[in-house]
Design a protein around this ligand. Structure first.
Ligand SMILES: NC(=O)C1=CN([C@@H]2O[C@H](COP(=O)(O)OP(=O)(O)OC[C@H]3O[C@@H](n4cnc5c(N)ncnc54)[C@H](OP(=O)(O)O)[C@@H]3O)[C@@H](O)[C@H]2O)C=CC1
Ligand SMILES: O=C1O[C@H](COP(=O)(O)O)[C@@H](O)[C@H](O)[C@H]1O
Length: 485
């Protein structure tokens, strides 16, 4: 059982939306089920839709039925959880809306009771919602605000959002969520590197020749087309999730696990990224968009067919980054993310250098460490071994494969479970600081600027992106993981 928290209030703006139904409510249910969400805690959903508590609970029940396995949904526990869920109909972005019902929720709440305002809405509303919360007297010292990613659309809008939210909440009260940081295996990266000298001693450009970070999805844009078409893979995945994971791979050992110490080291990585100039973009960044193809043997439409109109939005990005520091020199970090790729897989692949001299005629493959973030979380170390034949010394790659789920024999909590509870605890180590968000936007901005011209390269749904992604690695004499031996 997880450590129970003191009773708290969790207010979710955007409560009728996809994120709340698919991720936030299931995460809160699990925390309740594990005994972490105590009796007396409240979840207050809010959105413009005219619903009452009962109607919202019906939606929540449906969502939990859809996103949690029946075996994990005990009817009595479900009923108890839903009793803790309430709804306030409100246009949170409007100053002249009727805030009385929301204020009534907090009328008797003691000042020290933690209240979290989770903004699961479009980022353009963040500033207005925060101003209104403040004007209505709801921002107490024990209040926190959680901002969903992406924070803004570009560097300029990110700065504006951070400025406006910062007028009403102190930086220590602001939790910029990136759910990749809540994934157990991403957190385990810190343990892998800094609790195991066997890896950390080899964690530099002397031993490592390249790093690949991939987040591949099989899904298309589906019901999120309206959001996605204004975003694209660079803003949706690379600017936040993949750069954050890269920071944890590349950062120096922090002085401690305290939030400030970890943020300082991540920020140094973002500042050390070799800038991409507009002239570089064509060489080091590939943007693609899926065309019709096949997934699991079934035909699927292309992106523009799903959308119903032409679009230059990218559904695939592959890029080559460098962290210009003493540790990394010019080691390439290849980052890649896309929709309608052959497998759902998020992984980090560390490829080590070959021995300086080989006494074996057929030493073909370098050592490789694969950190599987999902699915089947674990690590796999590929080493060269002697083929057990009596015919001399033939070498073959063999894997040391550790599945975390098998090793620990327990369910892997969803990233949101950990992160939501961290916001209540006030622990911001797994969140992004303003400076990190803006440094990440600063780095991707030249790519966004260059992409105002030209179009993405098409790739067939069910393939690993445009041929140019492979060609980019060919030019470096390297291969993507799926093409390695
Ligand atoms: N869905 C996902 O998987 C992920 C989403 N995110 C981010 O989370 C945020 C929400 O995404 P998602 O749930 O997909 O979006 P949806 O479009 O599904 O939901 C948006 C929600 O905002 C509400 N809303 C709109 N305007 C207002 C307003 N003025 N006041 C109060 N509520 C309002 C809508 O309800 P109503 O119309 O009733 O007001 C709805 O509940 C976005 O920033 C997105 O980028 C981040 C990671 C993953
Ligand atoms: O933030 C987002 O992440 C999901 C992918 O998350 P994962 O945990 O399933 O890897 C992505 O589908 C979505 O477009 C994006 O907004």
């Amino acid at each position: 059982m997880a450590t129970p928290l003191e009773p708290f209030d969790y207010v979710v703006f955007g409560a009728t939306g996809d994120l709340t139904m698919r991720k936030l409510l299931p995460a809160l249910y699990w925390r309740y089920r594990d005994g972490q969400m105590p009796k007396g805690a409240r979840v207050i959903g809010t959105a413009r839709s005219a619903l009452d508590d009962a109607a919202f609970r019906d939606r929540a029940r449906d969502a939990l039925g859809k996103f949690i396995k029946p075996a994990d949904l005990d009817p009595a526990q479900l009923a108890e959880f839903l009793d803790m869920v309430f709804y306030v109909s409100l246009d949170g972005a409007k100053a002249d809306a009727d805030w009385s019902a929301m204020k009534a929720v907090f009328a008797d709440a003691p000042p020290e009771r933690v209240r979290v305002f989770y903004l699961a809405t479009s980022p353009e509303l963040y500033g207005d919602i925060c101003r209104n919360l403040s004007d209505q007297g709801l921002v107490t010292p024990a209040a926190r605000v959680v901002l969903e990613k992406p924070i803004g659309h570009d560097l300029e809008s990110a700065r504006q959002i951070n400025d406006s939210v910062g007028q009403y909440f102190a930086e220590t009260q602001i939790f910029r969520i990136d759910h990749y940081l809540g994934k157990e295996t991403v957190q385990n990266l810190i343990a892998l590197r800094f609790a195991n000298p066997v890896f950390e001693r080899l964690w530099d450009s002397d031993a490592i020749s390249s790093v690949q970070i991939t987040a591949a999805e099989t899904v298309g844009v589906e019901s999120r087309a309206a959001y996605y078409d204004h975003s694209g893979a660079l803003r949706d995945m690379i600017q936040n999730h993949l750069l954050q994971v890269m920071c944890l791979v590349a950062m120096e050992p922090p002085a401690s696990l305290a939030s400030e110490d970890v943020h300082i080291e991540k920020l140094k990585v973002l500042h050390a990224l070799k800038p991409i100039t507009p002239g570089d973009v064509g060489q080091v960044v590939v943007r693609g968009q899926y065309a019709s193809g096949e997934m699991d043997g079934k035909p699927v439409p292309g992106y523009v067919e799903e959308l119903g109109h032409d679009s230059n939005t990218e559904t695939f990005v592959a890029l080559r980054a460098e962290v210009h520091s003493w540790r990394w020199g010019s080691v390439p970090f290849y980052l890649r993310s896309g929709k309608r790729l052959p497998n759902k897989v998020s992984e980090i692949v560390i490829t080590f250098r070959r021995p300086p001299w080989s006494i074996f005629p057929n030493l073909s493959e370098p050592n490789k460490l694969v950190i599987r973030l999902q699915p089947e979380e674990g690590i796999e170390l590929s080493i060269m071994s002697k083929d057990p034949t009596p015919d001399g010394m033939t070498l073959r790659p063999a894997d040391i494969d550790i599945s975390f789920e098998k090793a620990f024999g327990r369910r892997y909590p969803d990233a949101y479970e950990r992160l939501l509870m961290d916001t209540v605890r006030g622990d911001s180590v797994l969140f992004m600081r303003r400076a990190e968000v803006e440094a990440a936007w600063t780095w991707v901005q030249p790519i966004l600027d260059a992409w105002k011209h030209g179009s993405p390269k098409p790739y067939k749904a069910g393939t690993w992106g445009p041929e140019a992604a492979r060609a980019m690695l060919d030019a470096d004499n390297r291969r993507w993981h799926e093409d390695m031996g």
